[in-house]
Design a protein around this ligand. Structure first.
Ligand SMILES: *Cc1c(COP(=O)(O)O)cnc(C)c1O
Length: 427
C-alpha cells in the first residue's frame, strides 16, 4: 500500500517508510492511497470471527506485502491480549471499554502495534533508532510499555515535571531497559517544542522517529475497536452511533476508516472538552486552531488536533458531506462532573472524565428509538483518581497492572533546556 502526504509536496511512499519516518519530508501526515471495503459477507457474519481474525481483515490492505502474513498475525496476537467489552449503561446506551490493557488507556493497542512494526522493519539495520516522544500523560506510559524490550529501538520520553499524575509518572519512569524518561522543567508545550527542535537539528546524527497518533501504525489499529463493538451489538438490530472523546482526533478518524471499510455506523459524534476548535469549525466552516486550555479530561487538551485533516480528506474536504455523518460538541468541566455524578447515581457506573464527555455527546446528539449509542471509555477511572474520587462517592480499587508500577522506583533525568536534550541524544 502506498501513502501520500496531506501536504502533497512529498512523493508517495510505502507503509514501511510511512512508519519509519512518521511525518513526510514536507511535514504533512500520511494517508493511504486506496481504501477498499471488506466483503459484505464478512461484515454480515462478523460474529463468527475472532478478534484477531477481524483485526487482520481490517488492517491487511494497509500493510500490503510489506510484512509477511504470519508475522502480521503474530503482531496482532501480541497486541490484542485483553478484552474490549461493551457494557450497558442505560437502556439505549453502552460504553465500549478500551482500558483493559497494560497501561489502562486505549493507546496501548496503537503503541504495541507500532512498536512491533518498527522493530520488524528495523531488524536488518545495524543502526539503532531512537523514538522521541513528548507526553502530557497517557501517551508516555503506553509507548513505554509498548516499546519495552523492542530490539534496536531506544525510547526517550519527555514529560512536564509535576504536570502528570503520580500513576502516569510511575508508568513512564520505572520500566528501565530501552526506555529513558526525561523530566522537563516546563509544561507539555515545552516538551513538544524540544522534540520538534530535535527533529530539525542537523547536528543530531541519531535516526529519530516519533510515536504519536500521526504515525500510521499507531493510528490505523484503532479501527479494530469499532469492529469489536459492532460484533457485540449486531444482535440488537439497531443503528449504531459512536461518541468518541476526542483530543487529536486519531481515534475517531480510525472509526470513520472502519465505516469506509463497510462497517455499518449511523453517525459519529466527536465529543470534546472546552478545547473546541472542531465544534467551532462545524458551526462556521472556519478552522481556527487555538492554544490548549487545561481541563479535568486532560488527555483531550488539544487546540490544534493533528488528525482532523485526515477526517476532512475522508469526506473529500466537503463540509456538508462531513456534517451529515459527523457531529462535534464541546462540554465544560462542570457539565462533565455533573454527568459523572448522574451516570453513577442512575446506573452505578463509574465513568472517568473522558468517558463522561463521550456520554454528554450522545445526549446532545439525541438518539432515536432505532439507534443505539456507544460512548468510548478511553481510560480507566484509576488514571484520573483525584477527579473521580473528588466527584463521586467511591473509592477506586487499584488494578494489578497499576499496583505493579506504583511500588517501583522512579528514574528520570532532569532536563531544563533543549541543550540538555541535545547533549543526551549525542552521548
Ligand atoms: C489520547 C486520549 C484521548 C484522545 O484521543 P485522540 O485519538 O487524540 O482523539 C481521549 N481519552 C484518553 C484517556 C486519552 O488518553
Amino acid at each position: 500500500m502506498n501513502y501520500y502526504s496531506l501536504h502533497h509536496k512529498s512523493p508517495k511512499t510505502t507503509f514501511k517508510n510511512a512508519v519509519v519516518e512518521g511525518l513526510a519530508k514536507d511535514r504533512g501526515i500520511y494517508f493511504p492511497e486506496n481504501i477498499t471495503p471488506l466483503s459484505k459477507d464478512f461484515i454480515e457474519n462478523i460474529e463468527n470471527y475472532t478478534n484477531n481474525e477481524i483485526a487482520y481483515e481490517a488492517i491487511k490492505q494497509f500493510v500490503g506485502d510489506e510484512i509477511p502474513t504470519e508475522k502480521l498475525k503474530d503482531i496482532i496476537a501480541n497486541t490484542l491480549t485483553f478484552d474490549f467489552p461493551v457494557v450497558p449503561v442505560s437502556e439505549n446506551i453502552g460504553t465500549l471499554e478500551l482500558f483493559h490493557g497494560p497501561t489502562m488507556a486505549f493507546k496501548d493497542v496503537g503503541a504495541k502495534f507500532m512498536a512491533q512494526c518498527l522493530e520488524y522493519f528495523n531488524k536488518k539495520n545495524k543502526e539503532e533508532v531512537t523514538v522521541l516522544v513528548a507526553t502530557s500523560g497517557d501517551t508516555g506510559g503506553a509507548v513505554a510499555n509498548g516499546f519495552l524490550g523492542a530490539k534496536g529501538i531506544n525510547v526517550v520520553i519527555l514529560y512536564p515535571s509535576g504536570k502528570v499524575s503520580d500513576i502516569q509518572e510511575k508508568q513512564l519512569t520505572t520500566l528501565g531497559q530501552n526506555i529513558t524518561a526525561l523530566e522537563v522543567d516546563g509544561v507539555f508545550d515545552d516538551c513538544q517544542d524540544m522534540v520538534k527542535t530535535a527533529f530539525l537539528d542537523e547536528e543530531i546524527t541519531k535516526t529519530l522517529t516519533s510515536a504519536n497518533s500521526i504515525n500510521v501504525a499507531r493510528w490505523l489499529p484503532q479501527m479494530f475497536y469499532f469492529f469489536f463493538a459492532y460484533k457485540q451489538l449486531k444482535k440488537l438490530n439497531k443503528e449504531i452511533v459512536f461518541s468518541v472523546p476526542s483530543g487529536n482526533f486519531g481515534n475517531i478518524c480510525a472509526g470513520i476508516m472502519a465505516q469506509k471499510l463497510g462497517l455499518p455506523v449511523k453517525h459519529f459524534v466527536a465529543s470534546t472538552n472546552v478545547n473546541d476548535t472542531v465544534p467551532n469549525f462545524l458551526k462556521d466552516g472556519v478552522y481556527t486552531p487555538k492554544k490548549s486550555k487545561a481541563t479535568i479530561s486532560n488527555a483531550m487538551d488539544v487546540g490544534n488536533p493533528s488528525n482532523f485533516i485526515r477526517i476532512r480528506e475522508l469526506f473529500n474536504n466537503d463540509l456538508e458531506t462531513l456534517k451529515n455523518a459527523f457531529s462535534s460538541f464541546s462540554f465544560s468541566d462542570d457539565a462533565t462532573r455533573a454527568k459523572m455524578k448522574e451516570i453513577h447515581k442512575n446506573s452505578g457506573y463509574v465513568a472517568d472524565p473522558h468517558g463522561a464527555v463521550g456520554y454528554l455527546g450522545l445526549e446532545k446528539y439525541n438518539l432515536n428509538e432505532n439507534e443505539y449509542g456507544v460512548f468510548l471509555e478511553t481510560a480507566h477511572p484509576v488514571k484520573f483518581l483525584d477527579v473521580v474520587e473528588e466527584t463521586l462517592p467511591v473509592k477506586v480499587a487499584i488494578p494489578p497492572q497499576i499496583q505493579k508500577v506504583i511500588n517501583n522506583n522512579k528514574v528520570a533525568i532532569k532536563t531544563s533546556s533543549y541543550e540538555d536534550l541535545k547533549r543526551f541524544l549525542q552521548q
